[in-house]
Design a protein around this ligand. Structure first.
Ligand code: MG
Ligand code: MG
Length: 252
């Protein structure tokens, strides 16, 4: 398959930094607000308000018809959960996935929050999904193959006894939410295009505590684990620079 991977100019990278920083900042505020009793609709309203305060637009709102400003996926929900009346409860694992458009570019980032979780397996899931993202980012440098990122994530995930969702993957990001290349969270190293300075990539392991298989609910969006066990999701937008990866969606 022919890949059209956009190389951003230094000026475009600077705009990406701004959009991504806004994304990271707002996502952090949402994550801090997750507590028992809050509804996913409350968090969606907060996303809309904070995005407006940043002077941006919520990237996911109406994207392919998605009805929310942020994807909120709880427990066995993997990704693309629609915000609404659901109340967050103690013991929940809440994944938030969002992006902000600003000045022609978008960031994309996700974080999973544990709400009073005491189950050691669930803690292992969330902590190691965070670590799998870090492992993927750690191999980003010019000249590395794209699948080196995939492989690093798979090794981190399976080394922690977690399974990797196959049907959904990371991606290039910039003027569009989804650009080439696709970035699977599994695969042998040494394949695919070589990374080059100026590429901007959304790296996003989606890992399951149980089996890797997922299905989509009748709402047409929400992806859930088939075995009903919990799932976690972390994502950063990173830029490939001469010296390695710059994580663009940090909160500060
Ligand atoms: Mg995302
Ligand atoms: Mg993404």
């Amino acid at each position: 398959m022919k890949q059209n991977i956009v190389i951003k100019t230094p000026e475009e990278l600077e705009k990406m930094r701004v959009a991504c920083r806004k994304t990271g900042r707002v996502l952090k505020k949402l994550a801090d607000a997750v507590e028992p009793g809050i509804t996913t609709g409350d968090l969606d309203a907060m996303m809309r308000r904070l995005t407006a305060e940043e002077g941006g637009k919520a990237t996911f709102l109406n994207y392919n018809g998605f009805p929310g400003a942020v994807c909120i996926s709880i427990n066995d929900e993997v990704i693309h959960g629609i915000p609404g009346k659901r109340v967050v409860l103690p013991g929940d694992v809440v994944s938030l996935d969002a992006g902000i458009w600003y000045d022609g570019f978008t960031g994309d980032s996700a974080i999973t929050v544990m709400v009073g979780v005491t189950d050691p397996d669930v803690i292992r899931l969330v902590e190691n999904t965070r670590k799998a993202l870090a492992a993927g980012i750690a191999v980003v440098r010019p000249g590395a193959h794209l699948s080196d990122v995939s492989h690093a994530i798979q090794c981190a995930a399976e080394g922690a006894g977690l399974s990797v969702v196959r049907e959904f993957v990371g991606h290039g990001v910039g003027r569009h939410l989804h650009e080439d290349p696709q970035i699977p969270n599994y695969g042998a190293p040494g394949h695919g295009p070589r990374l080059k300075p100026g590429m901007t990539l959304a790296i996003e392991p989606m890992l399951n505590l149980g089996q890797k298989e997922v299905s989509i609910l009748d709402d047409g969006w929400t992806v859930v684990t088939r075995d009903g066990k919990p799932s976690a999701h972390f994502e950063h937008t990173v830029a490939v620079l001469e010296g390695g990866a710059e994580v663009l969606t940090l909160a500060n």
